[in-house]
Design a protein around this ligand. Structure first.
Ligand SMILES: [Zn+2]
Length: 455
């Protein structure tokens, strides 16, 4: 009897293990099946590590890349090839976040039921949300500088422009010798996968925190005499800003005011606001994870003050800053960006589903309304309306000190508040000098081009 009980228990134990194992396999099959299929050693869909099938186009159907004769062909326009490289990816898969690599399973026609031997007409056609011409113009406008440019619709999430430099022509990938550092970072999409010192664009966050947490902040009078001392650490402005209120401090980008506010609010509040504002979020863009921004506020007051004005230990991801600008324009939430417009079979049958979804609440509605007006006023009274004719643009400049160059890095971020043109944008230029210089010119040209192309 005892023997039978023991055997029964052993059988039960083995069948439990079996059930768990099958359960785990089914779960992994559903969650990771696409990745298993798109593993580069799978010779059903790859030849010598190069994906064998699929076409990638821009939103209008202009060719960006196509698998052909065991390799890939690209747009016949050089500027389009170079400008869209990081979003589209390269045949060798060195740009891991490019569509060819990151969405290889969808391009191969994989689905869970029939695998890659699809029932519906072999080749897949992936339409990206990008406009190839807009990307090419954006790339040309930065005149060989490194950096990134993004423009997206904060209501439906479509990324119209995504450019990262340095770039290269995918038809002639560079041969990089060992130890050659001149191509450092060339495979990284700076919009999605990098972080940079944000400069004064960070004041959007510090301002939101002060607006929400300091009683009577709108009635407070500030005076800037050009520098504030925090236990021996001086936070300086380029000149004396004189009498200010919160909004004029933002327009004149006063380091003294925002540095002092960061110290007054303390590390806890600053930490909670970079989180609330979505900067430390890693967003999923069609499954491609953006790099989260990082901060360190647990430090001496002098460093905390510099963190509040976007220097020091702040490292911000450009895409997350663009999303925050969308939320400022859009009542506190913004659509999560996406890069895939649709996927069809060779016969034009749509096989992709997409649902438009929004971020968590990044700003209270009232805070968003305040920042929206303040950033609109920045353009009207600070940078100049004439940069954005026919558009209602709100923006913030940033000038970030560079560790390894005497030139500063420039940011220009913002949004268009018009119902018909609901766009948020980011321009980041390494060695671009002041944010109100070339980065502003690039943003101006970007929005004018978007309008001219019918967006
Ligand atoms: Zn000042």
């Amino acid at each position: 009897m005892e023997k039978i009980t023991r055997r029964t228990l052993a059988c039960l134990f083995i069948s439990l293990l079996l059930t768990l194992g099958v359960g785990l396999f089914v779960f992994r099959f559903f969650s990771d099946g696409g990745h298993w299929v798109s593993f580069a050693a799978n010779d059903h869909i790859y030849e010598d590590g190069v994906l064998e099938s699929g076409t990638v186009t821009d939103r209008r159907g202009n060719l960006l890349a196509r698998a052909e004769y065991g390799g890939w062909t690209y747009s016949d326009d050089y500027s389009v090839r170079v400008a869209t490289l990081h979003a589209v990816g390269d045949a060798e898969g060195r740009i891991g976040t490019g569509a060819i690599s990151a969405i290889a399973d969808k391009l191969s026609g994989y689905n869970m039921i029939t695998g890659t031997r699809t029932l519906f007409g072999g080749e897949r056609r992936l339409y990206m949300t990008l406009d190839a011409e807009l990307c090419a113009r954006a790339y040309e406008s930065i005149q060989g500088l490194n950096g990134c440019i993004g423009l997206y619709n904060y209501k439906n999430g479509e990324i119209l422009c995504s450019v990262s430099a340095p770039s290269f022509d995918p038809w002639y990938p560079p041969e990089i010798a060992e130890g050659d550092t001149s191509f450092d970072g060339i495979y990284i999409d700076r919009l999605l996968s990098s972080t940079f010192i944000p400069g004064s664009t960070m004041k959007i966050v510090t301002c939101a925190a002060a607006y929400d947490t300091i009683d009577g902040i709108l009635q407070r009078d500030f005076y800037c005499d050009g520098s504030v001392d925090f236990d021996g650490h001086e936070v300086t402005c380029p000149y004396e800003h004189g009498d200010l209120i919160l909004q004029s401090a933002l327009t004149s980008s006063c380091n003294g005011v925002f540095g002092s506010l960061a110290v007054e609010m303390g590390p806890e509040v600053m930490r909670s606001y970079v989180e609330k504002c979505g900067l430390t979020t890693s967003y999923s863009i069609d499954g491609i994870k953006t790099r989260a921004s990082t901060f360190d506020f647990d430090t001496e007051d002098g460093f905390l003050a510099w963190s509040g004005v976007g220097q020091g230990f702040d490292q911000v991801n450009p895409c997350s800053m663009m999303i925050l600008c969308g939320a400022v324009a859009n009542g506190g939430r913004s659509a999560v960006p996406h890069l895939i417009s649709k996927i069809t079979t060779g016969d034009g049958l749509r096989v992709s589903l997409y649902y438009n979804h929004s971020t968590d609440r990044l700003l209270q509605a009232e805070t968003a309304a305040y920042l929206r007006q303040a950033m609109l006023d920045n353009v009207t009274y600070g940078y100049g309306d004439y940069y954005f004719p026919e558009l209602n643009v709100g923006a913030k400049t940033g000038t970030a000190q560079s560790d390894n160059s005497s030139e500063n890095n420039a940011w220009f971020v913002g949004f268009c508040a018009d119902e018909e043109h609901p766009y948020a944008f980011v321009v980041y230029l390494e060695g671009g000098g002041a944010g109100s210089g070339m980065a502003l010119d690039v943003a101006s040209y970007l929005l004018a081009s978007a309008l001219e192309l019918g967006y």
